[in-house]
Write a protein that binds this ligand. Structure first.
Ligand code: ZN
Length: 256
C-alpha cells in the first residue's frame, strides 16, 4: 500500500448510482489513501449537483463542462451559461469535453462546435481542460493547436505513444485508468511504459471502467490502488514513487 496520498483525477461521483452510499464510497477512498477526487461535468443540468457535492466534501473538486457523449442534449446557449456559471463558481477545470468519433455518436461538426467553444472558455479563464477523446486523438491535437496557453489532461487515454508525446509537448497530461491493465490493452500499456512519469495521471472514470477484479460491477475511487499497482509493475517502478509523482502532477494541474 502506498504511503503517499493519491488523487483520482477523473471520477463521476455525482452520478445517481452513487446516491445510496456516496459517503461510504468517499470513506473507502480515504481508507485507500485517495484524498482528492476530481469530478468532471457532463451536462448543464448536473452542474448544480456537482457544486453542492463539492461544497459538502472537501475531498471533491468540481469541473463544469459539456460532454460529447450527450451532445444532442446540449444547447448552444449552454456555452454562455457555462461562461456565467464559472464566474460565480470557479471550478478546478473546464470539462469534460472533447470528441467521440464512434459511429453511433453525434455528427463531428456539432461536437467540434462544443469542443472548441469550451477550449476557448478554458483559455480565456486560464483554467485547465479535461478532454474525452475516442477515435479522435489526431483531431483533438489539431484542435488544441489552434489555441494558445492551454493546459489540461486527456482522460482515459487511448491513443498511441507518438500522439501522447505530441500532447505532452502541448502541456497536456496523459490520464490512465484500469482499462490500461486489461490483458488486451497492448497500446496503452506501451504508453504507460514510454511516457515520462511527470506527465502521468491516475483515474478511475468510476462508475465506468472497473479493473479486472471488479469486472461488470460499479467502479469506485478506492479501486485506484489496483491501477496504481498494475502501472508500477508495467513501469518496473515502486508504487510509492508513482503515487507521489502522479499526485504532484494532479496538484500542479488542478491547483488542489
Ligand atoms: Zn468521464
Amino acid at each position: 500500500m502506498p504511503v503517499s496520498q493519491l488523487i483520482d483525477s477523473h471520477c463521476h461521483l455525482d452520478f445517481e448510482c452513487f446516491d445510496e452510499d456516496r459517503a461510504q464510497v468517499i470513506q473507502r477512498a480515504l481508507d485507500n489513501h485517495i484524498h482528492n477526487i476530481v469530478i468532471p461535468g457532463t451536462q448543464k443540468i448536473f452542474w448544480d449537483r456537482i457544486k453542492q457535492l463539492c461544497s459538502q466534501h472537501k475531498q471533491l473538486h468540481a469541473c463544469y463542462g459539456l460532454h460529447p457523449y450527450w451532445v444532442n442534449e446540449h444547447d448552444k446557449q449552454d456555452i454562455n451559461q457555462l461562461n456565467k456559471y464559472i464566474e460565480n463558481s470557479r471550478p478546478v477545470a473546464i470539462g469534460e469535453c472533447g470528441l467521440d468519433f464512434r459511429p453511433q455518436q453525434a455528427d463531428k461538426e456539432t461536437q467540434l462546435y462544443f469542443f472548441e467553444s469550451q477550449l476557448d472558455i478554458a483559455a480565456n479563464h486560464q483554467l485547465p481542460i479535461v478532454i474525452h477523446s475516442v477515435k479522435a486523438t489526431d483531431t483533438v491535437i489539431q484542435t488544441i493547436k489552434k489555441f494558445k496557453n492551454l493546459k489540461g489532461m486527456v482522460h482515459s487515454y487511448s491513443g498511441s505513444v507518438e500522439q501522447a508525446k505530441q500532447l505532452i509537448d502541448l502541456n497536456f497530461y496523459i490520464s490512465v485508468g484500469a482499462s490500461a491493465t486489461y490483458d488486451n490493452a497492448k497500446k496503452i500499456k506501451q504508453v504507460v511504459k514510454d511516457i515520462p512519469l511527470t506527465s502521468l495521471l491516475l483515474e478511475t472514470d468510476a462508475p465506468d471502467q472497473p479493473d479486472l477484479n471488479h469486472l461488470n460491477k460499479r467502479n469506485e475511487p478506492a479501486y485506484l490502488v489496483n491501477t496504481l499497482q498494475a502501472i508500477a509493475e508495467l513501469r518496473e517502478e515502486s508504487a510509492d514513487i508513482i503515487a507521489e509523482q502522479t499526485t504532484t502532477n494532479a496538484k500542479n494541474l488542478f491547483k488542489i
